[in-house]
Design a protein around this ligand. Structure first.
Ligand code: NAD
Length: 503
């Protein structure tokens, strides 16, 4: 039986209240509205955010514009910008427990995992600081005596950063320090469900020495506070992480003023397993890939593509581990699967499972919501007999639901893996290097793991093919994404006239 941990009441915890951060000031929205966040595990209000109207979004954009056009942040040396980022990393590290607790209370994710995400975020801020000092262009001294070509990298300008609820602090950390490293100024809008840890950044960045206006953080809904950030003419680039649907909307809103757009969107990621794989390692990775962050993860390994010869044995072993997973109170340090973000989202997950069974799939383990006395939870679920054309095999369920498909030949495995609109990540499991490379090279995904799943490092680029997104985050080019390229073409000596010959 899966171990269920009933959430304990949050004894005497005061609701944390967060103002927005515009032009270096912690401010309320112009119409004084606030929004309460009810924690998904505990069912009580855990945070209160002051929210932005469209007018407030415009104010935040104006502050970022001024800070870019007239302020000193873009003009400081890279060494100076790096110092601010390093100081921010130190403060985040010192406040890691507080930030992790906020993310856990607002998102329902296990506290042990939230702490890991904050530690990972600190590393990213430090990595961005290192890259800041290595940002440079090119020079061409090969164009003849009369020409010197200099290619400059300039900060692109004002960047809007819009983030989802599933990794609140980690995802803003995959964007903001790189934009700042390049010399950009920013307006950040976190998800309305998990804004607390991002709003804390205002205080942290001020303490780290960031000038007023260089980062502005607003809370509120996507339609009201988010949409202006994607269409306002004073914004030069939008960096968005979220659903593919809102990603498309973002791109079309940005098209009117031809902003640069970077999109990190959904995934439906296959794990392809051959009979010669280390099955013990894979079974653990299957459970991790499916249930990590309650499956509310763009990288979730939600589609197992198992060789038919091993499918029955492997599914039985995954089921055995699935039944031992500890689900429930995210504040218990032993919990592995926390709460589902909202009741509406839980209904959506359950309806995918129902739809799959109606289409002929079988619930092997789990299958529905769990009543743990407070909040909303979903049982880790395995569906067998899933066919490639079923919705549960093609669409992002975003819950702890594993779909099992089978294959006979390598070619068939590749075809099933690629037969979806997404292309975020994938894995291959085999001890044969030829098999690993065949899958690694032909599966259309931004990351392919070989004999592992969901590992990552600040140095490794991350992003999607096809409808999983546009552009890459992290890695050595992450700062360049926030720049424009300018050519300085310098003429040396007398110029040969086009029309009137020199005498
Ligand atoms: P979402 O698209 O509903 O919301 C994301 C953000 O966009 C939120 O801040 C929201 O308020 C804002 N938004 C909503 N409507 C908007 C609009 N009209 N204009 C501007 N902003 C708007 O996504 P979500 O439910 O918060 O997050 C889950 C999704 O995020 C999943 O699809 C998941 O795969 C994806 N995701 C992708 C990655 C990645 O790196 N590829 C990482 C995490 C999450």
């Amino acid at each position: 039986m899966t171990v269920h941990l009933r959430p304990r009441p949050l004894a005497d915890r005061a609701v944390r209240e967060f103002k927005m951060f515009i032009d270096g000031q912690h401010v309320s929205g112009s119409d004084g509205r606030t929004m309460d966040r009810v924690g998904p595990a505990h069912g009580v209000v855990v945070s209160r955010y002051h929210v932005a109207s469209t007018k407030d979004a415009d104010r935040a954009i104006a502050a970022a514009r001024r800070a870019f056009d007239e302020g000193d942040w873009p003009r400081r040396t890279a060494a100076d910008r790096a110092r601010v980022l390093l100081r921010a990393a130190e403060i985040i590290e010192a406040r890691a427990d507080e930030i992790a607790l906020l993310d856990t209370l607002e998102s329902g994710k296990p506290i042990s995992q939230a702490k890991g995400e904050i530690a990972g975020s600190v590393d990213i801020w430090r990595y961005a600081a290192a890259l800041a000092r290595d940002l440079h262009g090119e020079s061409y001294n090969t164009l003849g005596d009369g020409t010197l070509g200099v290619v400059l990298r300039e900060a692109i300008g004002v960047v809007s950063i819009i983030t989802p609820w599933n990794f609140p602090f980690l995802i803003v950390s995959q964007k903001l320090p790189f934009a700042l490293a390049a010399g950009c100024t920013c307006v950040v809008k976190p998800s309305e469900l998990t804004s607390g840890s991002t709003l804390l950044l205002g205080e942290i960045l001020t303490q780290a020495g960031l000038p007023a206006g260089a980062v502005n953080i607003i809370a509120g809904t996507g339609a009201e506070a988010g949409a202006p950030l994607t269409s306002h003419p004073d914004v030069d680039m939008v960096s968005f992480t979220g659903s593919t649907g809102i990603g498309k909307l973002t791109m079309s809103n940005a098209a009117a003023t031809l902003k640069k757009v970077s999109l990190e969107l959904g995934g439906k990621n296959p794990q392809v397993v051959f009979p010669d794989a280390d099955l013990e390692a894979f079974v653990d990775a299957a459970v991790f890939g499916a249930y990590f962050n309650a499956g509310e993860c763009c990288n979730a390994g939600s589609r197992l593509i198992l060789h038919a010869d091993i499918a029955d044995e492997v599914v039985a072993r995954i089921a055995e581990l699935s039944r031992q997973v500890r689900v429930g109170d995210p504040l218990d340090p032993t919990t592995k699967v926390g709460a589902i973000i909202s009741t509406a989202h839980l209904d959506k997950i359950a309806s995918y499972v129902d739809g799959a069974t109606r289409a002929g799939a079988t619930v092997y383990v789990g299958g529905g919501p769990l009543d743990l006395g407070a909040g909303q939870f979903m049982a880790p679920t395995i569906l067998t007999g899933v066919l490639p054309d079923m919705a549960v095999a093609r669409e992002e369920v975003f819950g702890p639901v594993l779909s099992v498909l089978t294959f006979g030949t390598t070619e068939e495995a590749i075809n099933i893996a690629n037969a979806i609109d997404y292309g975020l990540s994938a894995s291959v499991w085999s001890r044969d290097i030829d098999t690993c490379l065949a899958i690694g090279r032909r599966v259309r995904a931004g990351t392919v793991w070989v004999n592992t799943f969901m590992d990552g490092a600040s140095e490794l680029p991350f992003g999607g093919y096809r409808q999983s997104g546009l552009g890459r985050e992290l890695g050595r080019h992450a700062v360049e994404d926030y720049t424009e390229t300018k050519t300085l073409n310098l003429h040396i000596g007398a110029r040969t006239n086009w029309w009137v010959p020199r005498t």
